[in-house]
Write a new protein. Structure first.
Length: 275
């Protein structure tokens, strides 16, 4: 049986090493920005951190497929049939990295039989590292030490603060967000940071009710942390993410405690799609 605490320790070490690479590039004037596709930037930090993570994770997890954003898909072909898997986003929130908002993260998630069980979200510009292993709870590491975290116990959406995308918005997304009737929408960078804000109770709900593609490296680590912190993390229609594939899944994201999650799904269902 897999030792999840050993997995977590290795993921924390790998993320910390990659975070140093990311911050070195972040301090430079030339970030090496390129476009993989329209509206989809990549930087030198993404590439260098990806390479380092592949090196460390291949050493620590021999034979386990590594589904990484900046890797050639041929390197993880057939990952869904493996008993274990790793999902890597070397710089989650590349647009925020370029804009120097500080809201970006190194993310590594571990799955067993298609389910996210261990996750690390390292936010180097914020000085925060979040981790979790199924069965052991979730925690925040800062200079002050390791602190257990748990999702908000809020039950009334009208009193809640909701993490939303800063860059990926549409008329349909905004219509569904309006239907939530929350106290405040809080634009936040990085899917991982949105997730850990929910896991820690700093925000009450994370909603991105979009039909745009979501990649599994965006969801794996934060899902493991939110679930270990007592929350629910699914797509915006309530379906669990399937880490056996495909890599691209397209119904957005919804994370919160059980009560808020259920009520958000009910309200989303009342809103017609807007084009």
């Amino acid at each position: 049986m897999i030792d999840r605490q050993d997995v977590l320790a290795k993921l924390l070490d790998a993320a910390a090493a990659a975070a140093k690479v990311v911050m070195r590039v972040y301090a430079e004037s030339d970030l090496g920005v390129e476009l993989k596709a329209p509206g989809d930037p990549v930087t030198r930090a993404d590439k260098e951190a990806n390479a380092l993570l592949l090196e460390m994770l291949t050493r620590d997890f021999p034979g386990v497929p590594i589904v990484a954003e900046e890797s050639d898909p041929a390197t993880f072909e057939g990952f869904g049939s493996a008993p274990y898997g790793l999902f890597v986003d070397p710089v989650d929130g590349t647009r925020d990295f370029i804009a120097k908002t500080g809201e970006f993260a190194v993310m590594i998630g571990f799955v067993e039989a298609g389910v996210a069980t261990v996750g690390v979200v390292d936010c180097p510009a914020l000085g925060e590292v979040y981790g979790a292993a199924q069965g052991s709870g979730a925690f925040l590491i800062t200079k002050g030490g390791r602190t257990p975290i748990h999702v908000s116990d809020a039950t009334d959406l009208a009193a809640c603060r909701c993490a939303v995308s800063r860059f990926h918005r549409s008329k349909s997304v905004d219509a569904k967000l309006a239907a939530l009737g929350v106290k405040e929408l809080v634009p936040t960078g990085s899917a991982g940071i949105k997730g850990v804000r929910i896991a820690s109770g700093a925000l009450d709900i994370y909603a991105h009710p979009s039909r745009g593609l979501v990649k599994l490296w965006d969801t794996c680590a934060p899902e493991a942390i939110v679930r270990a912190a007592g929350g629910i993390y699914t797509d915006a229609s309530g379906r669990p993410f399937d880490y056996r594939g495909p890599v691209a899944q397209n119904e957005g994201t919804l994370a919160a405690n059980r009560t808020l999650h259920a009520e958000a799904l009910r309200r989303f269902a009342t809103v017609p799609e807007v084009t």
